[in-house]
Ligand binder design. Structure first.
Ligand code: SPV
Ligand code: MG
Length: 290
């Protein structure tokens, strides 16, 4: 059943919800404080924080645990990246039950074969699952949830796999028919033309979700003007910003032979304590050594 027919309520508050990818609870908190609408618990981010490829290496419980800590730290909804569903329909149904009971607002499954590789990996293996098999996973996900407020997002990887618009549309229609509340259409083209064409041709009722990592020129204003898209996800920008900042800082420490030149480049310890919700006197930084 499409969202217009009484699907998840949490996304109806705004015409376009903007979510940001997080690896952990601290990053999720920063996203919430910056005023974004929801958290994307990113498989790329969570894998990268374990320094392993985003290639179905970690278990469902690693991803669930990360999302659960995020959930405890923020009030805004968390949309979980559920990869390919960790197996067949039984695994999908199991994951939906665990994520829903953990207070996660929804989950996204992608129609690639397990084990998958990240969609943006140069020369990555992008093999699609059979459409009928993935539609059965979406149906299993919808049947497994207790509440209609738990969103099931079907992610179409046909454009990522170079299979073209017709195949992407055929799959999106099948997944909507299977019960998906949203269709995430992913692309790795530098120009947004491919995604824009899909949006233009999309004739289903399910709202679309975009991840414009590779085509950042498609801004929120342009997305709104296109219509049909109700969620946009900036999946990995905080992680990439953090890695760059830390690498630059560490190089400076090596260069300077000490930590005496970097004060202005770090958050104050008091800010870290505050992000940890440490009350009262605990929020004071340690005095410098006498
Ligand atoms: C993620 O953030 O894990 C995603 C988005 O799935 S992408 O990396 O573009 O595949
Ligand atoms: Mg992912």
């Amino acid at each position: 059943m499409a969202v217009g027919n009484g699907g998840p309520a949490w996304f109806k508050r705004r015409d376009l919800l903007v979510g940001v990818g997080a690896r952990d609870a601290l990053e999720a908190k920063l996203v919430e404080r910056a005023g974004f609408d929801f958290i994307w618990s990113s498989s790329l981010g969570i894998s990268a924080s374990h320094a392993v490829p985003d290639a179905s290496l970690l278990s469902m419980f690693h991803y669930l645990e990360a999302a659960r800590f995020m959930r405890e730290a923020v009030k805004i909804p968390i949309l979980a990246d559920g990869d390919t569903g960790y197996g067949d329909e039984r695994n999908v149904a199991y994951a939906v039950r665990r994520y829903e009971e953990a207070g996660i607002a929804g989950i996204c499954f992608e129609d690639k074969k397990f084990p998958k590789e990240n969609s943006l990996l140069p020369d990555g293996r992008q093999e699609l699952a059979l459409m009928e098999e993935f539609a059965a996973k979406i149906e299993a996900a919808c049947d497994a949830r207790k509440s209609r407020d738990f969103a099931v997002v079907a992610r179409v990887e046909a454009l990522i796999a170079g299979q073209g618009q017709e195949e992407a549309l055929r799959r999106a229609r099948a997944y909507e028919h299977a019960g998906a509340d949203f269709i995430l259409i992913h692309s790795r083209q530098k120009e947004p033309d491919e995604v824009v064409e899909f949006i233009r041709r999309w004739d289903g009722a399910a709202p679309l979700v975009l991840v414009p990592t590779i085509y950042p020129d498609l801004t929120e204003k342009r997305i709104r003007a296109l219509g049909k898209v109700r969620m946009v996800i900036y999946a990995n920008q905080p992680m990439r910003a953090a890695v760059k900042a830390v690498e630059d800082l560490l190089a400076e420490v090596r260069r300077a032979g000490g930590i005496h030149t970097i004060d202005g480049r770090m958050a104050a310890l008091t800010h870290i304590f505050e992000l940890q919700d440490i009350p009262g006197p605990g929020a004071r930084a340690c005095p410098p050594p006498a």
